[in-house]
Design a protein around this ligand. Structure first.
Ligand code: EPS
Length: 362
């Protein structure tokens, strides 16, 4: 299986399956001298993990990182950083009932056709378990971005099914298990998830990501556009079916006079572009949104086929997420941070001697 490596200068290779002994990653290209300790991974890994509230999959495991290489006396040395997390929450018998069948709407079917063999336990490599290592790798990227460029990446749940926030406060986002920006609506979300769980079904979601502090100039025309690489990175997250940058699909009905972000000596008047023009950052906040599908591992019976091509009815039991978007903000932040880190180094390599140039209006 190829394409397990992400990035050009700051590369991340992940490995492992959901029900194998461990998952891990190798980060290559990290600048030397960054202080790093295993304890620094626990916050973001905990934000992403299953079993931290009753509204997500009830699989529970500590997700403790072991740093195998790339450090000397607590600082990165510029050599590959290998991270390992042991899996210890597997319950593979949950999957014995569907080992011979395909879940409708799941990668079970396409993996089977591509490889002629698949690990049915937890979906193997197609499991959202893999996103653990993206979040772990991004801890390194986020730290470097903050210390060296003042860049901060944050995400929140912007819609769950029909429900949208009635107010927005960043402070609320980390205070509830949904990453929801309006604390007053949390009881409503809890009720919705409880009803959904009882019905055995799942629901989709929108997650929005904002990166602040990025200077103008990151990104590369023509094939390495910042927005095209962000779209690719965000689309690679399990269950993502759509990505928008800035106003996204709303531009379809806009006029040029409305969409363009006018410039004044004291700054841009708006940010419809989402912080990217011509594939290069403007210096405004980067704005991206992701659409997560309602996941396919549900208790509602669905028609499918077995390995012999015979009709079967599939019910997926086990510990699944009624709304996978609830756990996705840290994963979306991670992918944005990894892209920005890669572009920060790429920009430094080619254009490190150029800037800053005037006028700078942000
Ligand atoms: C997942 C199924 C569940 C989730 C898992 C993603 O796991 P299991 O294979 O044990 O049934 O708990 O998510 C994680 C383990 C995780 O760490 O995110 C799936 O089908 O994608």
């Amino acid at each position: 299986m190829s394409s397990n490596t992400f990035g050009k200068f700051f590369t991340v290779t992940t490995f492992g399956e959901s029900h194998g002994p461990a998952i891990g990653c190798v980060i290559d290209g990290c600048p030397p001298g960054l202080s790093l300790a295993a304890a620094e991974f626990s916050r973001d890994l905990g934000r992403r993990a299953t079993g931290r509230s009753r509204y997500t999959s009830q699989r529970r495991e500590p997700d403790e990182v072991e740093i195998l290489s790339g450090l000397y006396e607590g600082r990165t040395t510029g050599t590959p950083i290998a991270l390992l997390i042991c899996n210890n929450g597997q319950r593979s018998k949950d999957y014995s009932g569907i080992a011979q069948t395909f879940r409708p709407g799941h990668a079970d079917y396409t993996y089977w056709h591509k490889y002629g063999i698949r690990d049915p336990r937890g979906g193997g490599r197609s499991s959202a378990r893999e996103t653990t290592m993206r979040v772990a790798a991004a801890v390194v990227a986020r730290k470097w971005l903050l210390e060296h460029a003042g860049v901060r990446v944050r995400a929140y749940l912007a819609q769950m099914g029909e429900l949208t926030p009635t107010a927005f406060h960043w402070a609320a986002v980390e205070q509830n298990p949904f990453f929801w920006p309006c604390q007053e609506q949390v009881p409503e979300l809890e009720k919705n998830i409880d009803v959904l769980r009882r019905s055995g079904d799942s629901v989709g979601a929108r997650v929005s990501v904002v990166a602040d502090g990025m200077p103008p100039g990151w990104g590369e025309p023509v094939y390495g556009k910042l927005d095209s690489e962000l779209a690719s990175a965000l689309m690679s997250i399990n269950a993502v079916k759509g990505v928008e940058l800035g106003d996204g699909f709303a531009v379809v009905t806009q006029r040029g006079s409305q969409h363009r972000d006018e410039m004044r000596p004291d700054g841009f008047s708006s940010n419809h572009a989402g912080g990217v023009l011509g594939g290069i950052s403007t210096g405004q906040p980067l704005l991206a949104s992701l659409a997560f599908k309602p996941t396919s591992s549900i208790l509602v019976p669905g028609q499918s086929v077995n390995l012999a091509g015979e009709p079967v009815e599939v019910v997926t039991k086990g510990r699944h997420d009624p709304c996978v978007g609830l756990r996705a903000p840290p994963i979306a932040e991670a992918m944005v941070a990894l892209v920005l880190m890669d572009h920060a180094l790429r920009h430094r390599a080619q254009c490190g001697d150029v800037g800053p140039v005037e006028p700078r209006i942000v």
